[in-house]
Design a protein around this ligand. Structure first.
Ligand code: SAH
Length: 238
């Protein structure tokens, strides 16, 4: 008599597991709020960015086997030798790109390197429109599948070579790169709006630093920030 209840019970368990995989406890938001507390102590001040980091369930963007590490401040593999960036780096870069605009949303943001789509989901909370370009088809498809349930109507995923930016939606108020090259591709500078801000890892010596480029009426102002470690920016698509 109790048998028909069993699948229902299992379905509820499965649902729970999806929302809160093993090792995360029952409430992933609680774990995330601890992560956000840590981001504050690491110096992230932009409340809009902190709210976005609280909202996006990072554990759903990594393999189930890695889900229990999802809220540690570490980069994690997402396949094809690529990684999802550390939460502190994601928050720091978006904060730098926003340049403190209070509660206002950035009109248009371009992300180069969608990867699993995590950062695109965070960006969706701080921008009205997010265009995210990925050069590896399997990752572009993976991000599309992972983002689908969230119905983020303001995120557009593009399969292509992000070194060329994405001219159809230019100019962008913010440009953020999740892969680092030797120099900033000219297309990104061309597609940056006046008043816009670009943040990208760029090679310096044997490592990389975060470079911020601000565009004003007179031209471009570059500044260098902390050392970072990103996967390489590559041209072409695969
Ligand atoms: N923001 C991602 C991080 C992905 S790692 C996340 O949240 O998961 C960086 C990504 O940049 C990789 O997926 C890599 O394939 C991609 N990439 C490297 N060069 C690129 C290029 N020229 N155009 C688009 N994507 C590129």
């Amino acid at each position: 008599m109790l048998r028909p209840q069993r699948p229902l019970h299992q379905a509820a368990q499965d649902r729970e597991r999806r929302v809160s995989p093993a090792g995360l406890g029952l409430d992933s938001e609680l774990v995330r709020s601890r992560m956000v507390g840590k981001l504050r102590t690491q110096g992230v001040r932009d409340e809009k960015v902190l709210a976005a980091m609280l909202a996006v369930p990072r554990h759903l963007f990594v393999d189930t086997a890695l889900a229990n590490q999802a809220y540690e401040d570490t980069s994690l593999p997402i396949g094809l030798q690529q990684t999802i960036s550390k939460p502190s780096v994601v928050a720091r870069m978006i904060e730098l790109m926003r340049g403190g605009r209070g509660d206002a949303l950035l009109p248009r943001v371009l992300e180069i390197g969608t990867g699993c789509g995590y950062q695109a989901a965070v960006l969706a909370h701080v921008a009205r429109l997010v265009i995210s370009v990925e050069r590896l088809k399997p990752l572009h498809d993976k991000a599309r599948d992972l983002l689908a349930p969230w119905r983020m109507g303001n995120v557009r995923l593009v399969y292509g070579d992000g070194m060329r930016g994405h001219p159809p939606n230019a100019p962008y108020d913010g440009i953020i790169a999740a892969a680092g090259g030797g120099a900033i591709p000219p297309a990104w500078l061309e597609q940056l709006a006046v008043g816009g801000r670009l943040v990208a890892p760029v090679a310096r010596g044997t490592g990389q630093v975060l470079v911020l480029v601000e565009r004003n009426e007179r031209g471009f102002v570059h500044s260098e920030h902390e050392a970072v470690h990103f996967v390489p920016l590559k041209s072409g698509t695969t």
